[in-house]
Design a protein around this ligand. Sequence first.
Ligand SMILES: NC(=O)c1ccccc1
Length: 522
Amino acid sequence: MPDGLQANPSTRNTESYMAIKRPTLDQLQDVALSLGIHLSEAQASSYNALLQANFDAYDAVDAMPDYLPVVSYARTPGYRPLGEENKYGAWYVKTTIKGKPEGKLTGKTVVLKDNVCLAGVPMMNGASTLEGYVPNVDATVVTRLLDAGATVVGKSVCEYFCFSGGSHTSASGPVHNPHRMGYSAGGSSSGSAALVAAGEVDLAIGGDQGGSIRMPASYCGIYGMKATHGLVPYTGVMPIELTIDHTGPMTANVTDNALMLEVLAGPDGLDPRQHAGQTAKPYSELMKDGVRGLRIGIVKEGFGWPQSDAAVGAKVRKAAEVFTKLGAIVSEVSVPMHAVGPAIWLPIAAEGATQQMMKDNGHGFNWKGLYVTSMVDFHAGWKQRADELSETLKLTMVLGEYFIKHYRGHYYAKAQNLARQLTAAYDSTLADFDLLLMPTLPITATPLPAPGASIEEVVTRAFEVLPNTCPFDVTGHPSMSVPCGLIDGLPVGMMLTGRCYDEATIYRAAYAFEQAGDWKAI
Ligand SMILES: NC(=O)c1ccccc1
């Protein structure tokens, strides 16, 4: 048995722990027909007879206990805080799980985005269709935080299946920005960002497939790191799409962020997104090396989107001058392909999410590692209640399914090829520069859509924020949002992107920038 894995007796599927149901001949003919196979009754009878031994094998699999990581550390299901105890609507559940007495994160409190499995504690991932689900495993990130001495204090509200850059799509209601009530906290790790910004927790876990760590970090004025794809194990976090799934740290300062990544990074042997040789580095030490001589490229294309607010661009350029003063070599650079990054992301996100997260019940097929079987079972229920899904998700699914059905998934496949070309374009710029710099978001926080707002407003507020963040979800480059100023009292984020697995250089710049003075005064 591999380390840390053994039979987890709480997880046997007791309901079906008898013989699985044998199909009727009609069912066999139906299933065949759905594959374009036309079975006569005689053929169906033969198939049925031939399949009996296979059904016996399924019975054998059904009778075995599932093989899942053991859950350590005592916990209770907690409660849903109301009123004054949940001012921003950012908490889903409060509970207390104490980790090891000693470790790098001793004394720190941490909240988990509600797409992260915490055994024994309810999880809904922002979705009415998942409400009532209680995971039976801890995500690897949870185990690593507890092993490092952190105290898990609960789950934070996130967007409906994490599919929005604004904080208005969760079935539990909107999340407010601690900098201004009634304004978006950003998404989809909306509650995580709000709770860190409000000082209610020290640390938070977020998730990022299109920008969902960096976007709310930017709107809320905190630090959010999307590390290189696969550096942090995604095991036990609800998947959207394997090739763009990321999870990682959201914090109030750079030191906590670096410390947290030190604890989170490295292979767990359960996640196909990871590469065996890539382990954690001592980021909280390496970050102190300063920026003297560092070459930082301000990416021209990151400033020119139709929705870009010129004041945001000006603020980010002003913040970049701090690096010049600190001895870095800052210059403008053009990466023409950045302008089509969002277009390349779209087929991967729309078709990929529709297929894996939704039609294939979250985990999909065709990879080795930990499948959270209880989630597969519970989540499958959305198919009877699809009308309840968020407008942002339904629209994306209709788009994705159109292209799967009518274009054979051709554009998903082509976008994966173009993603390699986009990766090469950034890599060639990163041969001449140590870091790329641009605004995290084109705008500052917008008012939350009012209840009953038009579908146009709901969808626009969810997707207008993505253009600079989402390209790095398909290329996998590490990318961090660093707060760099206020406009009319609302935070602006500066995004720093580095070479793959070179998170240390991002932290060097972020730390030097943080230490140079109060970001709110820029
Ligand atoms: N989870 C994400 O990063 C995301 C954000 C916005 C739209 C779709 C996905």
